[in-house]
Design a protein around this ligand. Structure first.
Ligand SMILES: Cc1cc2nc3c(=O)[nH]c(=O)nc-3n(C[C@H](O)[C@H](O)[C@H](O)COP(=O)(O)OP(=O)(O)OC[C@H]3O[C@@H](n4cnc5c(N)ncnc54)[C@H](O)[C@@H]3O)c2cc1C
Length: 305
């Protein structure tokens, strides 16, 4: 019987593992091996890395830190099923070794996945930082550049306005062929910040060298941008929480309280799977909060938490 099963080994899960190791808890981090953090070309908003750090390097450093406390605390595998049992939770794990385990507490750190553009060349463009997902992460590097935002509805519009007003960029919103009806106020804000709107469907993507992404779309032919942001949103990997009946918001993100507890007793969640700002430092902070609460309450019966 583990004190805690941590599901997911991205920035959140690995932080929780480090805290639990240092609390001398009996725990396991199970990771399916597809962290969103691995796609970060180089982040510059991680405190303590003044020259930036790539996602893979950050994850490697986190794994190294955790494994110093015990090489068996992190395993590769997919938690396929999670159910309640009398004194906690039971999990079925698939991977090189198929096994089952029980834990008094579970921390879900399963992250989220991006809604993909589905355009050719997209992966290469993401790797080069030409297609990006989050201006809070790297909008600073878009300062005064020519930026395209792919998105629709309020999300796309707000992201375009955020980049234009924060970074003074020349911003175009590409609505993927969907209509976009703007209120008078929205029209005024677009005008004020110089946001242009293209409603034609995007057909393809072309990468030119290291700096310029280009798009072919409809009658506009080709328009060249320094970078494109996808504002299509995220899908939280929250299936395990939902199966247990945990409350979630309209986007599917798990709802938590200030201690990262979900609405299911004994089940915690941190990082991209929960509602709120999807950032590495936030994921780490939430995981630290959850791990500390788990440590302080682990001996209590699950319904006393
Ligand atoms: C291109 C890009 C650039 C970004 N740049 C930045 C940046 O500059 N700064 C910043 O702060 N953030 C950035 N982000 C966001 C950042 O990646 C996320 O905030 C962060 O990865 C969230 O960490 P996490 O641990 O919650 O999730 P993840 O990193 O997604 O890790 C979750 C892990 O859980 C595993 N998992 C899922 N389900 C299961 C299961 N059932 N069983 C076992 N394991 C499972 C997954 O395989 C994965 O390994 C960027 C994201 C992208 C895509």
């Amino acid at each position: 019987m583990l004190d805690c099963l941590v599901i997911g080994g991205g920035p959140a899960g690995l932080t929780a593992g480090l805290y639990l190791a240092r609390f001398q808890r009996k725990f396991l981090v199970v990771d399916a091996g597809a962290p969103r953090a691995a796609a970060i070309p180089k982040t510059h908003n991680m405190p303590a890395f003044p020259d930036g750090v790539t996602g893979p390097d950050l994850l490697r450093l986190q794994r190294e830190a955790l494994l110093r406390y015990g090489p068996k605390s992190l395993v590769r595998g997919q938690v396929e099923a999670l159910t309640r049992c009398e004194d906690g939770f039971a999990a079925k794990i698939a991977g090189a070794d198929q096994f089952e385990t029980r834990a008094k507490r579970v921390l879900l750190a399963t992250g989220a996945q991006d809604v993909e553009l589905g355009l050719p060349d997209q992966k290469d463009a993401v790797r080069r930082g030409l297609v990006r997902y989050c201006p809070i992460c790297d909008g600073f590097e878009a300062k005064d550049k020519k930026i395209g935002v792919i998105g629709f509805g309020a999300r796309g519009l707000n992201e375009a306005l955020f980049i234009a007003r924060t970074y003074g960029a020349d911003v175009s919103l590409l609505t993927l062929g969907r209509p976009l009806d703007l209120t008078q106020g929205e029209q005024e804000r677009c005008h004020r910040w110089g946001v242009k709107i293209f409603r034609a469907p995007v057909r393809s993507l072309r990468v030119e060298g290291d700096r310029v992404a280009a798009i072919n779309f409809g009658a506009f032919g080709e328009v060249v941008f320094d970078a494109l942001y996808s504002a299509l949103g995220l899908e939280p990997r929250a299936e395990l929480a939902k199966t247990l009946g945990a409350a979630h918001d309209h986007c599917g993100a798990v709802k938590v309280d200030a201690r990262q507890q979900t609405s299911v007793r004994g089940l915690y969640a941190a990082g991209g799977v929960v509602e709120g700002l999807d950032q590495v430092v936030v994921a780490m902070g939430q995981a630290a909060t959850a791990a500390t609460h788990i440590h302080n309450h682990c001996e209590e019966g699950i319904d006393e938490v």
